[in-house]
Design a protein around this ligand. Structure first.
Ligand SMILES: Cc1cc2nc3c(=O)[nH]c(=O)nc-3n(C[C@H](O)[C@H](O)[C@H](O)COP(=O)(O)OP(=O)(O)OC[C@H]3O[C@@H](n4cnc5c(N)ncnc54)[C@H](O)[C@@H]3O)c2cc1C
Length: 428
């Protein structure tokens, strides 16, 4: 069969790999000039490794990525370390990534710390997320860990991440974060871009085609097949898989029924922004991930010192720092200039290190994405659309299909491979 895949993010590439390996003609269309989607990276000429446009790491529990790396023959290039994650309290950051760190965290009374730890242990052990999705994380956590611990620890993080939606996010999503995440964090030798390029090369090895800088304008049914329309022309396929956002997918297929489009329009999501700065010296004292409470005056959700995880030697001695946040796609930050964003976010650098001076910045980059984080509300499993659309031969698999797990490249690979298997089974 001839099969088109729209989008060369982790979902599209994983699907294309399996489809091409099964002997079909897989053709990937990607609007941007590179593979990897949200996990793509960039590289300065003097860097050995690329840096992800948005901070990325894998967890030790990310089995689907590890399995794929094994199949690609690059498992030995997945590197795991245990970098430090820190939480803010009263003007200082404290490590907050182990049971001992929780027990010694001074932000809440000892009795609350024990209760907090017990709830964490329960979430780590239970598998019953279906029951938890009936509750919002706000209500469930507020009751279980108690108001003091919730207000000091989880509420600022939920609010920071989901903004005005934070009281609506369901507890299954929160459970998945605690249940599946590990202290050990992983990356790929050379950066995530290198991994995506290995995957792209494997698709080509199986005679798949990658069209970069090729924006798909429309998907049109035509005599039982599908016509993919781009500025370069039209090509016809037996099956099509789109991996784009609900809004882009809706706009691409005018033939979708109003009822189906209505369902897609109810899926809520947030965009993301990342200001990346290369400094001529370290910013912090070895911490990788700083959770920043906006209530304490921080301008964004997190500060990630990438070079506390990966040595600055890989980046010609540059120290790479991300300032990141999730925002509605119509937020003013989503259109501000890079200089303005530097001015907005620079105070976070000073709050981490009082000695910081703008002269430390060697270069900066600004990245934004309109569709970056789905917002799962109560009983969200009922809202997830089927990957097979009502139109025969047309499939759709996106971050909005990943649940209860928080979206991530591991789950994108899992989803891409699942939908590829389904497409082949249903075409028989
Ligand atoms: C700030 C941030 C931090 C993250 N951190 C992590 C992390 O630490 N670990 C982790 O594993 N994951 C992380 N993720 C999530 C991870 O990046 C995503 O889950 C994953 O990349 C989703 O892959 P995808 O293929 O579904 O979508 P995408 O990566 O969005 O790929 C979709 C692709 O479709 C293309 N496209 C769109 N429209 C068209 C069109 N009309 N024609 C052709 N192509 C089109 C886009 O250009 C894009 O390349 C993070 C994401 C963000 C935003």
């Amino acid at each position: 069969m001839r099969i088109a895949i729209i989008g060369a993010g982790a979902t599209g590439l994983a699907a294309a790999f399996d489809l091409a390996r099964a002997g079909h003609t897989a053709v990937v269309y990607e609007a941007s000039g590179r593979l990897g989607g949200l996990a793509a990276g960039f590289r300065e000429p003097h860097w050995q490794w690329s840096v992800e446009r948005f901070y990325h790491h894998w967890f030790h529990s990310d089995k689907d990525i590890l399995r794929l790396a094994e199949e690609l023959g690059v498992r030995d290039k997945v590197i795991y370390k245990t970098p430090i994650t820190a939480l803010y309290h009263a003007g200082r950051f404290y490590p907050f990534d182990s049971p001992l760190a929780v027990l010694t965290f001074p932000g809440i009374p000892m009795a609350d710390r024990v209760r907090f730890g017990a709830v964490g242990a329960y979430l780590k052990l239970t598998r019953d997320w279906q029951r938890l999705e009936h509750y919002t994380a706000h209500d469930w956590l507020g009751r279980r860990v108690g108001p003091r611990a919730y207000q000091a620890l989880w509420e600022p993080m939920l609010e920071g991440k989901f903004g005005r939606h934070y009281q609506d996010v369901n507890m299954a999503w929160f459970w998945a974060r605690i249940h599946a995440r590990t202290r050990k964090l992983g990356t790929f030798e050379g950066g995530f871009q290198a991994f995506m390029d290995v995957l792209g090369a494997a698709i080509q090895h199986h005679r798949g085609t990658l069209h970069l800088d090729c924006h798909v304008q429309r998907l049109q049914p035509e005599a039982g097949r599908w016509c993919v329309v781009t500025a370069r022309g039209e090509e016809t396929f037996d099956l099509v898989l789109s991996t784009t956002s609900p809004a882009l997918f809706s706009a691409m297929v005018p033939d979708l029924s109003p009822a189906y489009l209505d369902r897609l329009s109810t899926l809520r999501s947030l965009g993301a922004i990342a200001l990346v700065v290369a400094l001529d010296r370290p910013l912090g004292d070895g911490v990788y991930w700083y959770n920043l409470p906006k209530r304490a005056g921080f301008p964004c959700l997190c500060l990630v010192e990438h070079t506390s995880f990966i040595s600055p030697d890989k980046f010609g001695g540059d120290h790479i720092v991300y300032l990141g946040d999730y925002l509605p796609s119509d937020h003013t930050y989503m259109t501000m200039s890079q200089d303005q964003m530097l001015r907005e976010y620079m105070p976070a650098l000073t709050l981490i290190n009082k000695a910081f001076s703008p002269q430390w910045i060697r270069k900066s980059w600004l990245f934004r994405a309109g569709y970056a984080q789905p917002v799962p509300t109560r009983d969200h499993s009922r809202n997830i659309p089927d990957t097979a659309t009502p139109l025969r031969g047309l499939y759709w698999a996106s971050m909005s299909h990943v649940y209860p797990w928080d979206r991530g490249t591991n789950y994108a690979v899992q989803l891409g491979r699942r939908v590829a298997a389904r497409m082949l089974a249903e075409a028989r």
